[in-house]
Design a protein around this ligand. Structure first.
Ligand SMILES: Nc1ncnc2c1ncn2[C@@H]1O[C@H](COP(=O)(O)OP(=O)(O)OP(=O)(O)O)[C@@H](O)[C@H]1O
Length: 322
């Protein structure tokens, strides 16, 4: 699918900076619909009861076999572990999909699969398509992935960090001035203007807040003007107000025509109501996929009703935990 231009989207991507005339990479509009059908991910795991022989210290602690005769069939030593089991869903431009689930339920694995970071033939099965086709180079170039653990240089300011990234990541066809103007629009769009000259910092060097740090990580990806933005737990480690503000920013990005998928561990109820759709994972299986505001009535219809009014996310996490 060829990139098409859309004047409404062009205006919005400017983030209100109408005085900036941005180069085409920031103004082109390339909507992406992501569909995933029956996605499974299996990894090979060594059987605890059939570990191979050897004199390793592990064997002493695990009480494993002591001689070669203990393992009769080496093939039996390998068993499969299913991390994701038959996950199906879709997310369209303008929507924010939240993947909810307890720790270890498979959220990060699913996000990696959806971002094209896991490959068929290496444990991944099922179909993942963007605009009805498999991941193509233009789609991958339009896909941003914000990992849970960000690596930022502590001594650079926010502005320096993003300019440095834009100089490295944006195509050589853009001039330095154009790259800086893109960086400035991203700083403005993500509400980083007030801290743009503050150093990022780390545990030894006082710098920007946790919420601002997450925004800088998102800014790294926003520089490429992604149509599909996938974020692994962007609110982790933030207080409820900072988490809410960040999700408001993400929802605003979605409303501008981007397709957003994020994982979240335990959202507050006001964060939850920002999600257009939710997918709840429990031990690698999907127990709900649909509109966020219809989840409670669905669970009620199958006999799981709450005894008192509570945060829907909390209720579903209790169910997902069994
Ligand atoms: N390549 C792998 N090999 C073995 N086990 C794996 C692999 N990838 C993931 N797992 C396991 O799959 C399960 C799901 O992991 P995943 O990181 O997707 O969970 P999560 O829901 O994102 O957890 P958290 O909220 O704690 O980050 C975990 O038990 C993890 O140890």
């Amino acid at each position: 699918m060829a990139a098409s231009s859309d004047s409404a989207a062009e205006t919005s991507v400017n983030g209100g900076c109408n005085n900036l005339s941005l180069p085409s990479i920031m103004s082109s509009f390339y909507p992406i619909t992501l569909k995933f059908i029956d996605v499974c991910y299996r990894v090979k795991a060594e059987s605890e009861s059939k570990k191979p022989r050897g004199s390793s210290i592990k064997k002493i602690f695990s009480g494993g076999p002591t001689s070669s005769s203990d393992v009769e069939n080496p093939a039996e030593m390998i068993r499969e572990r299913t991390i994701l089991n038959g996950i199906t869903g879709t997310v369209v431009p303008g929507q924010l999909l939240a993947i909810l689930g307890p720790s270890g339920s498979g959220k990060s694995t699913l996000l990696n699969a959806l971002a094209g970071r896991l490959h068929h033939g290496r444990g991944l099965t099922g179909t993942i398509i963007c605009n009805d086709q498999k991941f193509t180079k233009p789609i991958l170039e339009r896909t941003g992935f914000v990992a849970q653990d960000d690596v930022l240089y502590p001594h650079l300011t926010v502005r320096e960090t993003l300019i440095f990234c834009s100089l490295l990541r944006l195509p050589n066809s853009l001039s330095k001035k154009e790259k800086i103007s893109i960086t400035e629009s991203v700083i403005s769009e993500l509400g980083l203007a007030k801290c743009e000259n503050t150093v990022v910092g780390n545990s030894f060097l006082r710098g920007i807040s946790g919420g601002e740090r997450k925004r800088v990580s998102i800014g790294h990806e926003m520089l490429i003007n992604p149509s599909l933005l996938i974020l692994d737990e962007p609110t982790s480690g933030l207080d409820s107000t900072a988490a809410f503000r960040l999700v408001v920013t993400l929802a605003a990005l979605a409303k501008k025509g981007k397709t957003l998928v994020m994982s979240v561990h335990q959202p507050s109820s006001r964060v939850y109501q920002m999600f257009d759709s939710v997918l709840v994972l429990s031990e690698g299986r999907c127990i709900y996929f649909g509109k966020g505001d219809e989840a409670m009535s669905y669970f009620e219809s199958i006999g799981f009703s709450q005894s008192f009014a509570m945060n829907p996310a909390e209720f579903m996490l209790d169910l997902a935990n069994g």
